[in-house]
Write a protein that binds this ligand. Structure first.
Ligand SMILES: *Cc1c(COP(=O)(O)O)cnc(C)c1O
Length: 345
């Protein structure tokens, strides 16, 4: 099977499992797990923030951040395709009591102008706009990126508005690589940032949320409230530390494989994709021209040993990661080409 459904499907290899097996541990609810503390400190300094907090998932990182930033009845400005809005089970409505105002980004990327126009005036009838959520890279946007310039133009805009900015940086290392910069530059001026280790970095579990020391102290209380206080969890943090040391630079290979996939798909009859827009590890393409909808395209492909996910009525998403090689991509392309030829006959 060539599994391109998501970069979450990677499995820990032997060396990562050894790091897990030999991790020093303690009770992390008491802040006594040395491996968790090391990971949190490393991430805080990498991102240029005061402190970090290890959490089980990217969703919990985002929702703890939002709960810490807002009060019930506050409004959050967000792209309409953002993970926080689209894929987190309305957690923000249930837990923090926030209301979203959804904006339409350019493949998920918001402009400072659109945000400025959406910020509410002070008016007794209207909810106060309190938080902006950015997503870098943008998942449903096709792995698109916020540049440093775009991010700082947004953080500057809100710094004098009594508003905060949370960055969902599930794939921020991919973004830094594609933008030719660092995760710290891409986080400058944001009040909180979360990074996933269970995506392209290849760890089995874990995200880290970073922000000021005061923010993280408060977030730690909400993590406990959400049931995310874990005990000898250094065994998981050890996998994340291993990923940080060994799996960041290799993300470049995933980006090259995604570009290869997109360029070759663009040559195929019936498939629509803009390869220049593929800058990280996500490829979204349209199969309307093949006469199939996304569900049947994906179903048929799966019987040939290539897994992708339907992303819209006629759009399909493929994500590259460390468990698919360039040879796998070429084999997947051969299979797709053969399958398109046979279905057009
Ligand atoms: C995967 C992802 C998350 C978090 O997902 P979990 O499955 O909860 O770890 C958050 N934001 C984005 C953009 C993602 O792609």
């Amino acid at each position: 099977m060539i599994d391109l459904r998501s970069d979450t499907v990677t499995k820990p290899g032997q060396a990562m499992r050894e790091a897990i097996a030999t991790a020093e541990v303690g009770d992390d609810v008491l802040a006594e797990d040395p491996t968790v503390n090391l990971l949190q400190d490393k991430m805080a300094s990498l991102l240029g923030k005061g402190a970090g907090l290890f959490v089980p998932s990217g969703t919990m990182a985002n929702q703890v951040a939002i709960k810490t930033h807002i009060q019930p009845g506050d409004e959050i400005l967000i792209d309409q395709d953002a993970h926080i809005y689209y894929y987190e089970c309305a957690a923000t409505a249930v837990i923090a009591g926030g209301q979203f105002q959804c904006l339409q980004g350019d493949n998920g990327i918001l402009s400072p102008e659109a945000i400025a126009a959406a910020i509410r005036p002070q008016d007794i009838h209207q909810p106060p706009s309190r938080l902006i959520c950015l997503e870098n890279t943008h998942n449903r946007g096709g792995g698109t990126i916020y540049t440093v310039e775009r991010t700082t133009s947004i953080t500057k805009l809100v710094s004098d508005q009594n508003m905060k900015v949370h960055l969902d940086g599930a794939r921020l290392f991919n973004a830094a690589l594609a933008a030719g910069t660092t995760v710290q530059e891409l986080s400058r001026g944001v009040d909180s940032v979360s990074i996933c280790f269970s995506k392209g970095l290849g760890a089995p579990v874990g995200s880290v949320l970073c922000g000021s020391a005061d923010f993280i102290a408060e977030a730690r209380r909400f993590r406990k409230m959400f049931g995310g206080g874990m005990r000898q969890v250094g065994i998981l943090a050890a996998a994340c530390l291993y990923a940080l040391d060994h799996h960041v630079e290799r993300l470049q290979e995933d980006h090259e494989n995604a570009r290869r996939l997109a360029f070759e798909l663009a040559q195929m009859d019936g498939i629509q994709v803009e390869p220049e827009q593929v800058v990280t590890n996500i490829v979204i393409f349209d199969v309307a021209g093949t006469g199939l909808d996304a569900d049947s395209f994906v179903d048929k492909l799966s019987t040939e040993g290539v897994l992708m996910i339907p992303f819209g009525p006629t759009t399909v998403r493929a994500v590259t990661h460390m468990d698919v090689s360039t040879a796998d991509i070429d084999r997947a392309l051969e299979i797709i080409a053969r399958f398109l030829k046979s279905s057009s006959r």
